[in-house]
Design a protein around this ligand. Sequence first.
Ligand SMILES: [Zn+2]
Length: 325
Amino acid sequence: MSFKNIKGQDRQINILTNAIKRVTVSHAYLFTGISGIGKGITAIAMAKALNCKAENGDFCGCCISCKKIEHSNHPDIFWIEPEGDYIKIDQIRRMQERIKYTLYEGKQKVVIIDKVERMNLQSSNCLLKTLEEPPPHTILILLTSTPYQVISTIRSRCQRVMFQPLSVELILELMIEKHGGEESAELELIASLAGGSLGRAMQWMEGGVLQERKELLERINLLNKGCVTEILDLAELLSKDKETILEKLDFFRLWFRDLLTFKETDRLNYLINGDLKNEVRSIAGRLSHSNLFYKFQIVNEAQLAINNNVNPKLSIETMLLRLCQ
Ligand SMILES: [Zn+2]
């Protein structure tokens, strides 16, 4: 294992390995980008490279330090993630208490905070103290898919590294590499729907997601003004699992994107939902361009509202009611 195993983020990896080689590593980084594209594994790779015996900006993966980091039991590496919905101030205080002492056995203490946007103001202000005056031999790597939700005083104290969504081709290649098998229409569809996230595609390989998407799209296509009970039921279903709400809304967004694309080009080969050609042809024929664009925007707005912590169920109810207009 080395940095070379992290695919699709060459420019970002170069920035980091060059900094390690030139000993110009920043005291704090903010890794941004959608989930499932390698922010976490790159942060762990950084921790390994900064502590490994190999001195080429990379890591060996087999020394005692690399192994301890891999198994999450290196005393100088700290991984923090939300406990429940939030990162609590006690978690930040516990980390501060531990990093103020000298190194246990490594060369560099590395604090990785995942989903850093889930800190409230109290935790954020507490973390700010460490960012302003980091103890010697300490670097912080903060990970987020929604950087605008991280307070500006934290953002401005970190060097930002923007991770990119992966291409459909790369996702497909990695899915086959990790799970075996051959390229198929189903895998290709999953890779296209995953929106650049390998993590999402891998999770979807476990099955059921394509059928679930089809059923949700059928329900949304049948909605009309009179079906308030159906709207409420669907909003209930969509908002039940907090972790997958945005994924489900992505199905709708890509669906309206496909309808719009077909309406605009009259060609079916640009579709992401390539298995639903007949449905696209029939529904796009019934709706106007402006109406489809309006529906696409409504889904976008609902996703934005949910990202900004508006009540998900309420946002989805509003979205569905507006889609019926
Ligand atoms: Zn090593």
